[in-house]
Ligand binder design. Structure first.
Ligand code: IFM
Length: 405
């Protein structure tokens, strides 16, 4: 049996673009069409249905919820800020608070306003200042309702997918472009951190807690030979900890937001840097069950990552952990196995303050479209009807009692 502390934050995470619908002023919206991808369209219509969704959240015993603010809604044209949309997000936060649910608010979750990307996006020398101007408006408007801020979601995934691997808009395939964006995102976080703290201090509000949500995989050598072990160390550093180290050195983390999903099984056939950084075992060694996108299910990895995060000496919030599957019993297996590993880490003295499952609703999984089903709640994309899954009910039992049998 595992007993979680009574002030543990229990909930689910989401992002605006993936659930709200009609985010037609974003770079992703234009790209889906231009690249012939499945379109996000109405998504889950959460923009209109948030009250109803939060009733479900409360019913499931959650006391926290992670959401993101859509920059393109707040600043539809450069320098023009929408009071209507600021009021919308204030109402969303109020809807959470009135149900006793603590918001965890992300300022940037992969999408950008179209005007921003047309000016060069994160490659533009003006990007950081433009992001900070948006943050300034949002923080001043919402500070009174928010304690936990996530400045940037998964910066490493964002710059690698969008500027190096060519998978996401603007489909860059250049190490140097990715490096520029990496630097801009690090600077954006560092400056946003100071800005948030300054605004809270000047407004006489109690100190907020600010972090990023960092995607960290368990990196495991397939064979214990020198090259695989060296590649695993290199990869663990570049994919997982390098960005964290920069912002931790700048003392701009109040806690660590951890997004954990899977294992990276390292098997490298040459010393070429591309292989060292990306090649994984293709021979089916050490097989594990997989989610519907083919990612290995590796619960012990969350324990391994939490142990590594000890070096920062900061509390950790699990800001994402989840599975896409069409078999809901697999979701509960996944959830309970990961919670057990988190319990084990807590027994070793690692402070974990909360667990936010990805995701509350089935939603738009970026370039993979609506196929992958991550939700605690099933969404019928034709009628927008929500159905709470059995795994969500089981998790609710843990949220309400703090006990995992
Ligand atoms: O859906 C994404 C989310 O936007 C960021 N973290 C990983 C999730 C699953 O791929």
């Amino acid at each position: 049996m595992i007993k979680f502390l009574s002030d543990f934050l229990w909930g689910a995470a989401s992002s605006s673009y993936q659930v709200e619908g009609d985010n037609d002023l974003c770079d992703w919206w234009a790209w889906e069409k231009a690249a012939g991808k499945e379109q996000s369209g109405k998504a889950c219509r959460h923009y209109e249905l948030f009250e109803q969704d939060f009733d479900l959240v409360r019913g499931l015993g959650h006391n926290a919820h992670r959401l993101s603010i859509e920059w393109a809604r707040i600043e539809p044209e450069e320098g023009r800020f929408s009071d209507k949309e600021l009021r919308h997000y204030a109402a969303v936060l109020q809807a959470l608070k009135s149900r006793g649910i603590e918001p965890v608010v992300t300022l940037h979750h992969f999408t950008n306003p179209l005007w921003f990307s047309r000016q060069g996006g994160w490659e533009s020398p003006r990007a950081v200042a433009q992001f900070l101007r948006y943050c300034d408006v949002v923080i001043r408007a919402l500070a009174g309702q928010v304690h936990y801020w996530i400045t940037i979601n998964e910066p490493t995934i964002y710059f690698s997918h969008s500027y190096f691997l060519g998978a996401w808009p603007p489909q860059g395939r250049s190490f140097f472009r990715a490096l520029t964006v990496h630097d801009r995102l690090a600077r954006a976080h560092i400056e946003a951190y100071s800005l948030i703290h300054r605004i809270y201090k000047d407004s006489g509000l109690s100190r907020p807690a600010v972090s990023i949500a960092q995607h960290i995989s368990a990196v495991v050598p397939c064979r214990p030979d020198f090259r695989n072990k060296a590649a695993a160390r290199l990869r663990d550093y570049w994919h997982n900890f390098e960005f964290m180290d920069i912002i931790a050195r700048a003392k701009t983390l109040d806690f660590i937001g951890l997004n954990y999903y899977s294992r990276n099984l390292v098997d490298v056939s040459s010393w070429w840097p591309g292989n060292l950084l990306m090649e994984t075992c293709s021979k089916g060694h050490h097989p594990l069950k997989k989610n519907s996108l083919g990612w290995d299910i590796y619960p012990e990895g969350i324990y391994q990552v939490l142990v590594k995060l000890k070096r920062y000496g900061l509390p950790v919030m699990i800001t994402e952990n989840g599975i896409c599957t069409n078999d809901d019993s697999q979701r509960w297996e996944f959830l309970s196995a990961h919670l057990r590993q988190i319990g084990l880490a807590m027994e070793q003295g690692i402070t974990v303050t909360g667990y936010l499952y990805w995701s509350l609703l089935d939603n738009f999984e970026w370039d993979k479209g609506f196929g992958p089903r991550f939700g605690l709640i099933d969404v019928d994309y034709r009628t927008f009807q929500r159905t709470v899954r059995p795994s969500a009910v089981k998790l609710a039992g843990v949220c309400k009692t703090g006990i995992l049998e």
